[in-house]
Ligand binder design. Structure first.
Ligand SMILES: Nc1ncnc2c1ncn2[C@@H]1O[C@H](COP(=O)(O)OP(=O)(O)OP(=O)(O)O)[C@@H](O)[C@H]1O
Ligand SMILES: [Mg+2]
Length: 502
């Protein structure tokens, strides 16, 4: 923690108003050289907005920013970068159709005789990638790498450019443990050099692991700044929510699933997922566990027909069915809430209302539009049920906070009242309070007879609501855990045993 009494960055009285929402109300934040400062708060609390005001991505309505005691007023993120403030935004904003090297050097390409020096750019990219332990070819298109790797590339870019302050807005949401380790190693190296790092996340364990202090926002106001070694997680959560967190029932609820809904035999796709068998009953939740890249997402897509199986058979209520197209799946009352809300989920420019009724409308067919009044009713209902924070259902969904977009996406699929709901990382980017609500919701839906397949990296959650857990590794199902055999230890050892057997 700071020995120097001088903050590197001092923001005071920052306010930001949007039509219908006070996103920030007189917010102050100090950053000391060498500290990791967590910025915490519920979905919609104002974290991303604060960052955007600091970097000039948004124009603040009031307040001042001092950088090493000099007032600065960055006009845009590029400008703030030139002041030494590097940022990785919540939604990766790189360009998938450029190469990795071009993305790393966008806006500051090395030149030679007035031209971009490609060789130099690739060489320096290689150095940066190696420092991050990434086995990535800088000459390949960014889009040829997974979202997680793209995220690390975005971080590498910001680190490379930031001199004084590095801001990371939910950088770890799609990273696995090794990648998080790597990121933390880099963060520690930077703070040792005297850089200040702002870390936004909903993973409180990570907050306590890496951060020195935390500032908590609630409804656009600072409710406190704490030295983390002096507080408990419970205190921080209470500060965030303004109330105590209702305890999530840890014990697994006994459940009696109904008839077999979907039955897959020797089902798979070469190079994507080894063939597997699955019988899924009504009112049954099957959890998918495994490391990143183990085939969880592929399993969800295969069942939804977004990836087409090239072997095996599928039966729905005992009748043969071809799951070769998401449209067929939707027609059969399947729903898939995908992992990456930005790419496969929200339609940014459509209103929140339109986004919520999108799948229901698709199933009815576009020739039979849902009336505006009905749409309003449905959307309102889910806004209430899922506590989606917004100024109006008419606002484009991209203006919602990240976590609230995620909830709206869940609403979209719930609105179709599916027989089979497939959820891929349903609580990613969702705050602690809403986490508990979503787990509760999964349990209620199951009680109501909905069949569900839930892929999640949150093992504690998986074991609370899953009747069975399928453990995947290297795109292969390695174990199925049932009843009392379900525990975090058994999941971990299933993954590890396989690793040892390799
Ligand atoms: N451009 C905008 N227009 C209108 N409202 C906006 C805009 N940007 C943000 N908001 C609103 O400001 C509030 C704060 O949003 P912000 O994205 O800062 O939340 P957050 O704390 O980052 O939440 P999350 O954890 O979900 O990412 C939200 O109510 C959001 O809808
Ligand atoms: Mg945010």
């Amino acid at each position: 923690m700071p020995n120097t009494p001088e903050p590197v960055l001092l923001a005071t009285g920052i306010s930001k108003f949007f039509p219908g929402a006070i996103a920030l109300d007189d917010v102050s934040l100090s950053l000391y050289p060498g500290e990791v400062h967590a910025l915490l708060g519920e979905n919609g609390a104002g974290k991303s907005t604060l960052i955007k005001c600091l970097t000039g991505a948004y124009k603040k309505d009031s307040g001042t920013i001092l950088l090493e005691n000099v007032e600065v007023s960055p006009k845009n993120p590029q400008d703030s970068l030139s002041h030494g403030i590097g940022t990785v935004y919540q939604e990766v904003n790189l360009l998938p159709n450029l190469t990795v090297a071009e993305n790393l050097f966008l806006g500051w390409q090395p030149t030679k005789h007035g031209l971009i020096d490609q060789r130099e750019m690739v060489r320096r990219s290689q150095d940066i990638l190696t420092e991050f332990g990434l086995d990535v070819d800088p000459t390949q298109l960014l889009s040829s790498y997974s979202i997680a790797i793209q995220q690390v590339i975005a971080i590498a870019r910001a680190v490379e450019l930031a001199g004084k302050v590095l801001i990371l807005d939910e950088p770890t949401a799609s990273l696995d443990r090794d990648e998080i380790e790597m990121l933390f190693t880099v963060v520690r190296r930077l703070t040792a050099r005297g850089m200040a790092v702002v870390f936004i996340t909903h993973f409180l364990d990570q907050v306590f692991e890496i951060s020195d202090r935390a500032t908590v926002l609630r409804n656009g106001r600072v409710v406190g700044t704490r030295i983390l070694s002096e507080v408990t997680q419970t205190e921080i959560i209470t500060l965030m929510l303004g109330r105590h967190l209702a305890a999530v029932k840890e014990e697994r609820i006994k459940n009696k699933p109904g008839d077999v809904l979907l039955s897959l035999r020797n089902y798979g796709r070469r190079g994507t997922l080894e063939p597997f068998d699955l019988d899924l009953r009504e009112g049954e939740v099957v959890g998918l566990a495994g490391l990143l890249g183990s085939g969880r997402t592929e399993t969800t897509k295969l069942i939804f027909g977004a990836i087409v199986a090239d072997r095996g058979t599928a039966e729905l209520r005992g009748k043969g069915i071809k799951l070769d197209n998401p449209r067929t799946a939707i027609g059969n009352k399947f729903g898939l809430c995908p992992e990456d809300r930005k790419i496969e989920g929200v339609v940014g420019d459509l209103s929140v209302r339109e986004n919520i009724i999108l799948s229901l409308q698709a199933r009815r067919g576009w020739t039979r539009p849902i009336s505006k009044a009905r749409a309003e009713e449905i959307a309102q209902d889910y806004v209430k049920k899922l506590d989606i924070r917004l100024a109006s259902l008419d606002m484009p969904i991209r203006l919602l906070s990240g976590g609230n977009q995620q909830k709206a996406l869940l609403a979209r699929w719930l609105a179709t009242d599916p027989d089979l709901l497939i959820l891929d990382e349903p609580t990613r980017g969702i705050d602690v309070g809403a986490h508990a609500e979503i787990i509760q919701l999964i349990q209620e839906l199951r009680q109501g007879g909905m069949a569900m397949i839930v892929a999640s990296s949150e093992m504690e959650e998986l074991i609370t609501y899953s009747d069975r857990i399928i453990v995947l590794r290297d795109r292969r199902q390695v174990r199925e855990l049932q009843g009392d055999a379900i525990s975090i230890n058994s999941i971990i050892s299933s993954i590890a045993e396989e690793e040892a057997a390799q």
